[in-house]
Design a protein around this ligand. Structure first.
Ligand code: NDP
Ligand code: X2W
Length: 347
């Protein structure tokens, strides 16, 4: 099969360097060029010495030129930047996987309400397919433009999907308590990520205001239009990578813990990157670190008929670059696992 020429915009960010790490092991995707809006002309190894043996000079972003030489572009750029940049790339006919939140919501109003910045046009919002690979692979396969899911929504939606699909959730009963390592905030500095402020600390933020709320709700509504709203509490914890999403859900029928666990096992039996753990064994973030796995377990409190689901991912892999490559594989007709079969780094 032919070599696929890949470009990465935002290569100097955490999502970008994770794309470089993972793509360096891909048998078909060849990194052809990496781009920067502020450091073009520099070697990537000057920005990141851990890439000392990787010889890429950061190039200027020029959509017309890029279209001539590339087959697919990963845009690991901030929200508000992708909405400006991606339409120029689409116009040139390049396949795009965008890692930002700019094309995940399907109306301009919803985007502007939650992101508090101007939206991409409705025409461009409608062009994108939401790339939760395990559930929307058929759409991804037919698409040339993927809105890669957010990190919290990836863990949360994979955790809730089996119950939502079977319409087993009482309306407005979902509570999501999620925790993220600080690389989720990107490489830019802000007071919240200062060592002295996050070390030995646990912070809740954007409670009921996080832009991932409408993203999660709109996908849940595609599975069950009665599911209603969620309560979502994100937290920052003093670790570099990882997300744990703990979900509490009221069921609308009575089930035992064994029955619900079996539902999850059956649901994900053909999903190579979702590992439903043994009954009673709950995953921790380190057990997926550096890998594209989402590990999940579930139990039922039979006194309250409430389900607790725990889903963990590496925010930079399954929550960003890994899932972006999984989607790229599906779009290009490769096995979804191509280049992504790395075991977690442990301990
Ligand atoms: N970190 C994570 O865990 C996750 C991140 N994401 C999303 O992925 C995207 C990238 O995130 P992340 O890598 O963490 O962020 P970073 O802040 O680490 O990197 C973003 C990069 O975008 C580039 N950039 C900034 N402004 C512009 C511009 N005007 N034009 C072109 N490029 C620009 C910068 O590179 P330069 O100045 O060199 O151009 C920068 O290195 C974001 O949308 C983020 O929300 C999604 C899921 C998880
Ligand atoms: C820890 C941390 O700060 N996390 C980020 C996650 C943002 C992100 O990566 O999400 P998008 O892709 O939707 O922009 C946050 O909560 O804003």
């Amino acid at each position: 099969m032919k070599e696929i020429k890949v470009g990465i915009i935002g290569a100097t960010g955490y999502g970008g360097i994770e794309l470089i790490r993972l793509l360096s092991n891909h048998p078909h995707f060849q990194i052809h060029a990496v781009y920067s809006s502020s450091q073009d002309g520099m070697e990537i190894s000057e920005v990141y010495p851990h890439l000392a043996n990787i010889l890429y000079t950061l190039k200027k972003i020029e959509p017309k030129e890029m279209a001539k030489e590339l087959d697919i572009i990963f845009t690991a750029t901030p929200s508000g930047v992708s909405s400006q940049l991606v339409p120029q790339l689409l116009k040139e006919g390049i396949k795009v996987v965008d890692l930002s939140g700019d094309f995940r919501l399907k109306t301009e109003e919803l985007y502007e309400k939650w992101y508090k910045k101007p939206s991409a046009s409705i025409e461009d919002l409608e062009k994108s397919v939401y790339g939760l690979s395990e559930w929307f692979a058929d759409e991804v396969k037919e698409s040339t433009f993927i809105a890669n899911p957010g990190c919290y929504p990836t863990a949360t939606l994979l955790g809730l999907a089996p119950l939502a699909q079977k319409k087993l959730i009482q309306p407005n009963s979902i509570i999501v308590d999620a925790k993220s390592g600080i690389s989720g905030a990107g490489r830019g500095l802000s007071p919240i990520v200062h060592y002295a402020e996050i070390n030995e600390n646990l912070k809740i933020y954007k409670i009921n205001q996080h832009p991932h709320i409408p993203e999660i709700e709109s996908i849940l509504a595609r599975w069950d239009d009665q599911i209603g709203h969620i309560s979502f509490s994100p937290h920052l914890i003093p670790m570099s990578r990882g997300i744990m999403s703990t979900m509490y859900v009221q069921l609308n029928k009575e089930f035992s813990a064994e029955e619900i666990h079996q539902l999850y096992v059956n649901c994900y039996e053909d999903a190579p990157f979702v590992r439903v753990r043994k009954l009673g064994e709950f995953p921790s973030t380190k057990e997926v670190s550096g890998s594209n796995y989402c590990d999940i377990n579930v139990t039922v409190d039979e006194r309250t008929n409430r389900v607790t689901i725990v889903a963990v991912i590496d925010n930079l892999v399954k929550g960003a670059a890994g899932q972006a490559i999984q989607n790229g594989n599906i779009m290009m007709g490769y096995d979804q696992q191509t280049g992504l079969n790395v075991l977690p780094i442990y301990p």
